[in-house]
Design a protein around this ligand. Structure first.
Ligand SMILES: [Zn+2]
Length: 315
C-alpha cells in the first residue's frame, strides 16, 4: 500500500488490501468525508492495487502502476462534469458519459476497470486546499488534469444533483449487475448525498481528515470497555458525561462526536482482522457521522447524544 495513505488510514488500507487479495471487494464503493482529494488518492491506490502486474508495492514499476501514477491509464477514468466528458452540458454527470461507460463495459478487457465519480472544478486553491494538495502529491499520484497557471483540478463530493435522472438510472443497472473486473468508486462528503439505491449496493467507508487535531478520548472511554456491548444502565450517564465535558470545556458538539469517531477508527485499526467487529465498527462510525450532520443542522446536543446512546443500546 501507499505509505502516506497507509499511515493516515491504516485500517482502511489493511481492509482494502485484504479485500483485494481475497477478491471480496464490492463493485461499488463509497468513500466519504471532508477531504475529497485524499479520497481521490485512495481511489487511485485501489485502482493500482487491482491492476498491478507485479508485487503491488508502492515503488512498483510495472506498466499499470506507472500509468495509474501518471493518471493516464486507459481503464482508470475520472468521471466528473469536467473530466471525460464529450457533450456540452456543464453541470451534471451526463447520460452520454454514463452510456460511454456502459458501452466500454460491453467489451472484455485485460484491465481491471475503475470509474471514479466526483464533482470537480479548475480553481485557485485556498491555503487549506494547498495543504491538501501537498499531501496529495506525497501519495505519488497526479490529478487527471494539469494545473493551468494558477488554477488546479480540485475534486469535490458528488451528490444526487450531479447525476441526471436518466444517467442515474442507467448507472444503477450496471451497479446491480456488475461486470467482472469493474469497480465504481464514489467520492462524497456525506453518504446521504447519494441515492439510497446506490448506498445500499455499495461498501461505504468514512475517511476522517484527522490532520493536526488532537482528539481526547479519555472522558468517555469507560463506556466502551465492553465494546461492542453497551451497558444499558450507563446510557443516561453516557449522555451526561458528554454534555458535561462539552459545557465544561466550551466545545462544539461536532468536536465531541469527532472524538468518539476517532476512538472507533483507532479501535478498527487495531482489529482489522476481526471482520465481524469491523462491520459493527463501520456502522457505528457511520452513525456518528449522521450525528455530526444533526449537529450541523442545529439539533440540540442533548437530543443528539440521547439518539446515539439509544442507538448503542439497541443495535
Ligand atoms: Zn505494479
Amino acid at each position: 500500500m501507499n505509505q502516506i495513505l497507509d499511515k493516515k488510514y491504516n485500517y482502511l488500507s489493511n481492509f482494502f488490501k485484504t479485500a483485494i487479495d481475497q477478491k471480496r471487494l464490492f463493485h461499488s464503493i463509497i468513500l466519504y468525508g471532508s477531504n475529497n482529494l485524499i479520497q481521490y488518492a485512495m481511489a487511485l491506490e485501489l485502482a493500482r492495487q487491482l491492476n498491478c502486474l507485479e508485487n503491488k508495492r508502492e515503488d512498483c514499476n510495472c506498466q499499470n502502476c506507472r500509468w495509474i501514477r501518471e493518471n493516464k491509464h486507459p481503464a482508470i477514468l475520472t468521471i466528473s462534469k469536467i473530466d471525460n466528458k464529450s457533450d456540452s452540458s456543464k453541470t451534471v454527470i451526463s447520460e452520454e458519459q454514463i452510456n460511454t461507460i456502459l458501452d466500454t463495459l460491453v467489451n472484455s478487457s485485460d484491465y481491471h476497470r475503475v470509474f471514479i465519480f466526483c464533482d470537480a472544478t479548475m480553481k485557485t486553491l485556498s491555503n487549506n486546499e494547498i495543504k491538501e494538495y501537498e499531501e496529495f502529491k506525497l501519495t505519488g499520484f497526479k490529478p487527471p488534469q494539469n494545473s493551468d497557471n494558477e488554477t488546479f483540478w480540485y475534486p469535490t463530493g458528488v451528490n444526487t444533483n450531479c447525476f441526471s435522472t436518466v444517467a442515474a438510472n442507467a448507472m444503477l443497472k450496471s451497479i446491480e449487475e456488475p461486470s467482472e473486473n469493474v469497480h465504481f468508486i464514489f467520492l462524497t462528503n456525506n453518504k446521504e448525498d447519494l441515492l439510497q439505491t446506490i448506498i445500499s449496493r455499495s461498501q461505504v467507508f468514512y475517511m476522517a481528515d484527522t490532520q493536526n487535531i488532537y482528539y481526547n478520548t479519555d472522558f468517555f472511554k469507560q463506556y466502551f470497555t465492553t465494546y461492542p456491548t453497551f451497558n444499558k444502565n450507563s446510557a443516561l450517564d453516557f449522555v451526561n458525561t458528554l454534555l458535561n465535558f462539552q459545557y465544561d470545556n466550551n466545545l462544539e458538539t461536532t468536536y465531541v462526536l469527532d472524538c468518539i469517531q476517532y476512538f472507533l477508527i483507532k479501535l478498527a485499526e487495531n482489529n482489522f482482522e476481526n471482520t465481524r467487529l469491523l462491520e459493527i465498527l463501520q456502522k457505528d462510525i457511520e452513525k456518528i457521522q449522521k450525528a455530526k450532520n444533526m449537529a450541523k443542522a442545529y439539533i440540540k446536543e442533548q437530543n443528539i447524544y440521547e439518539y446515539l446512546s439509544f442507538y448503542f443500546i439497541k443495535r
